[in-house]
Design a protein around this ligand. Sequence first.
Ligand code: NAI
Ligand code: MG
Length: 354
Amino acid sequence: MKIAVLPGDGIGPEIVAQAVRVLHALGPKFDLEEAPVGGAAYDVAGHPLPPATLELAKKADAILFGAVGDWKYDTLARELRPEQAILGLRKHLELFANFRPAICYPELTAASSLKPEIIGGLDILIVRELNGDIYFGQPRGIRTSELPLFKGAREGYDTMHYSEPEVERIGRVAFEAARKRGKKVCSVDKANVLETSQLWREVMIRISKEYPDVELSHMYVDNAAMQLVKAPKAFDVVVTGNLFGDILSDEAAMLTGSIGMLPSASLDKNNKGLYEPSHGSAPDIAGKGIANPLATILSAAMMLRYSLGMPAEADRIEKAVQKVLAQGLRTADIYTEGTQKVTTVQMGDAVVAA
Ligand code: NAI
Ligand code: MG
């Protein structure tokens, strides 16, 4: 099975290197092929997603992605910025379903800003639609305002939209996922204000009839943001659109203590997927050797489970990570008093050994 390895820029190369070591340590022979993406690709090819990288991603069975978006590329035109690479891959490969688990490992309860009884044992899954919504809607742009009060001033505008089939397919993914977990789906929208959300809610209610074993509830996104902080364990699967999902999944990630712990999967309709940590390229710590590689290592485990049909190997990685945490090893982002601070490579060493 072919795995495209796209480390990216910032801390991407440091954390992906550890995940690759862990894959090799499992035993089976993986066919790994590496290509530059994001800022690293801009440096060598003048574009964040060069044709050769896109081709490799298309022909691979799965993609292991690091992160993109180092500050040094901030002055580039939008279409050349590193983030265009991840947006382009999601779009070209039709990776419409983003799985973002938020899990609070018992050993890390102290790293969370929430009280242990509120966060301990948290295990929720945010399913975010990735291909539609206001991020891709047309028309968009900056124009001269026609509003009477602001006539002549510049105004920015974007368009939010979702078609019924787009809502249906992400809805089904969420219901299927809930079936294998806590059997609850909370659909998050803003149906009190947005037409897009009104249709979204209608479709969710319709397809929920196909899943009588799963309980569907609805929540407005502002309330969902509050409930995630107040009683996060009340959720099981949360399904939402691209924009709301972007924000809520980061919020859920942070609840657990560190974004450095959380993996993600972005799947197409055939379960081919791109696997990456939930965090970005962390330019503030890039090159220092202190980034937490566990989110990327756990993303490799998700890759084995969802795209490569190797659940036993996925379990081995997840158990190794738990063992390392139980041993008290912590990178700086999850360090608390009484634990042992380690570097990126030392964390990789420990997972490989475990
Ligand atoms: P970020 O996730 O890169 O960093 C936020 C904070 O978390 C920073 O203080 C960082 O040091 C810390 N952090 C992140 N990952 C960590 C890890 N593995 N270990 C230890 N600490 C970690 O988010 P930020 O700062 O908003 O974005 C930085 C750049 O990354 C931006 O250019 C952004 O566009 C890009 N980005 C890329 C993503 C991707 O490649 N899929 C996703 C999100 C952001
Ligand atoms: Mg985000």
